[in-house]
Design a protein around this ligand. Structure first.
Ligand SMILES: [Zn+2]
Length: 296
């Protein structure tokens, strides 16, 4: 009986604390959508129009987008960490991309639920579900930087990570796999079970919880993608000053995927005593494990 009470005494607070962490992340994700979309909608509103109307539209649409960001990350545990096969790996990305599309449209003063985008490996696809606009395929240049940085990971025997084709296709994110713990020359000899750099991830396939590592690193690619939405704030400014040929190049062939995310990530600290003190590490860990994450 005593054992029973002790296990309840441990279990119940951990559920309550976990629930608090989920609520915190829900507020962050919805808040991120609201701010990004609200500010963008006011910046991109037509001249001489009432900014309050656009702010309100940005806020409600941004909250829906932010909620879908949350849903995409939250579903990573079921569809990746605990998945029986790789067929469900893409579901979190679909939900998350739908959220980003809604936020982007709202921030750019475009119609609600008309334009969508989806990033698959090095390509961004833009398409409309209303009207007859053609699909647009654009290259994501930061992909090159991501490949160069992740492909340097190797195990203690100096065997470099290799491409995991099945998981790359399943996640829509180029994925490398390695044996045992992984090192790079840049991370000062610290062994890791996985890593991510913008658009590319790697993981060690020999560890028991490798699917959790994949889910964790995949969430970092979501975080990287979310901060791309800040492009909507600078859109008007760039279009005013960029020469026509450059504007055309970026409208048709290249998407400027600026790594804004590295700024807030570094501000959260990269060498904290507790790795999860960094908010983005905490978020990736919480959603990939579905367990309470000790942060301090
Ligand atoms: Zn991480």
């Amino acid at each position: 009986m005593l054992k029973y009470f002790i296990s309840i005494a441990i279990f119940v607070p951990s559920i309550v604390l976990s629930q608090n962490q989920d609520n915190q992340l829900l507020i962050y994700n919805v808040g991120f959508g609201v701010v990004t979309s609200g500010v963008g909608a006011v910046i991109n509103k037509p001249k001489n129009s009432d900014w309050k109307k656009y702010l309100i539209k940005g806020i409600w649409q941004g909250s829906i987008g932010g909620f879908l960001h949350y849903a995409g990350k939250k579903s990573s545990y079921n569809f990746i960490t605990e998945a029986n096969n790789t067929a469900t790996y893409i579901i979190p990305k679909i939900l998350h991309s739908a959220g980003s599309s809604i936020i982007e449209s709202s921030a750019l003063d475009k119609p609600f639920l008309k334009d969508w985008h989806f990033e698959y490996g090095p390509v961004r696809v833009d398409f409309s579900t209303v009207g007859s606009e053609k699909c647009c395929f654009r290259f994501l240049p930061y992909f090159i930087n991501s490949v160069l940085s992740i492909s340097q990971y190797h195990n203690a025997d100096n065997k470099y990570v290799k491409i995991d084709f099945v998981r790359s296709l399943s996640l829509g994110v180029l994925t490398f796999k390695g044996n045992d713990l992984l090192f790079t020359n840049q991370n000062y000899g610290n062994a890791v079970s996985g890593s991510s750099s913008g658009r590319v991830i790697c993981y060690s396939k020999d560890l028991d919880n490798y699917t959790q590592t994949i889910a964790h690193e995949n969430i970092h690619t979501f975080q990287f993608g979310e901060y791309q939405l800040l492009n909507t704030w600078f859109n008007k400014l760039v279009n005013q000053f960029a020469p026509c040929s450059i504007e055309k190049l970026f409208a048709k062939y290249i998407y400027a995927d600026i790594p804004y995310f590295s700024i807030p990530y570094r501000l959260e600290g990269i060498n904290n005593e507790n790795h999860y003190k960094n908010f983005f590490e905490f978020e990736a860990q919480r959603f990939s494990t579905n367990q309470f994450v000790q942060r301090y």
